[in-house]
Design a protein around this ligand. Structure first.
Ligand code: URA
Ligand code: SF4
Length: 226
């Protein structure tokens, strides 16, 4: 897979320009079976940006991130943590839906490292334009994209972390590619916080406990913005 890099146009200054370019991305094989690219969405002046895994079945159909059950849990938890859900930006580590067909049902499949790596240029291009103060990574896939494969959400959730530069090659994160000409921009320092994915709340044996844990983690992000 060539990766998303070559699909990022030189003059894409805005999220809208990135979004329209991403619609034609063929940076990995996932565009083939999915319906459409699901780019990030929300308040482009948001101080906090949330990164999920990949669009789900409903997101794939609608072309919008977090419009299904996980999105409802997330917005409720965000609100309860004291962050205005109207002033956030939501995106995913991987921007096409990966699934397995079982009969007529499309079953979610976790993206592989190749997909995460191929898609990461879109994510860092978003950060460079959004300039968030806090990035919240939701679940293991988003954590892998930004903190490297060794990071364990279960061990380090709810902690404000410095922008990761030791976890993986610093050039991936500190200096983000602006376009396909090799031009780079310094990413303004943001803090990062990892927590569980809202779908893990829905799958949990005790949903209330899992949900309260998510809220507690998000309160740490909320306090960092205060
Ligand atoms: N889960 C995600 O990680 N992202 C979405 O957009 C929807 C569900
Ligand atoms: Fe491009 Fe990402 Fe879609 Fe792969 S998943 S085709 S890299 S937008």
């Amino acid at each position: 897979a060539p990766g998303a890099q070559e699909f990022i146009p030189p003059q894409a200054d805005t999220i809208e320009q990135l979004r329209s370019a991403a619609a034609g991305c063929r940076g990995c094989g996932l565009y083939r079976d999915a319906s459409q690219t699901v780019f990030g969405r929300g308040d482009e002046t948001a101080r906090v940006v949330f990164v999920g895994e990949q669009p789900g079945d409903m997101e794939d159909q609608k072309g919008l991130p977090f419009v299904g059950p996980a999105g409802r849990v997330l917005r409720k938890a965000v609100d309860e943590a004291g962050i205005d859900p109207g002033h956030i930006y939501l995106t995913n580590a991987v921007k096409h839906f990966r699934f397995e067909l079982r009969g007529k049902r499309r079953i979610h499949q976790t993206p592989d490292r190749v997909h995460i790596t191929a898609c990461r240029p879109w994510l860092v291009a978003e950060f460079a334009r959004l300039n968030p103060e806090v990035v919240v990574v939701l679940g293991a896939t988003a954590a892998k994209a930004l903190l490297g494969p060794a990071f364990r959400v279960t061990k380090q959730r709810g902690e404000l972390l410095p922008w990761p530069d030791a976890a993986q090659r610093p050039e991936d994160f500190k200096r983000v590619p602006v376009d396909n000409t090799g031009k780079v921009a310094d990413v303004p320092p943001a803090q990062l916080l990892a927590t569980i994915h809202p779908s893990a709340v829905l799958r949990a044996e005790n949903q209330d406990v899992a949900y309260e844990g998510l809220v507690a983690d998000l309160k740490v992000a909320s306090r960092a913005l205060a």
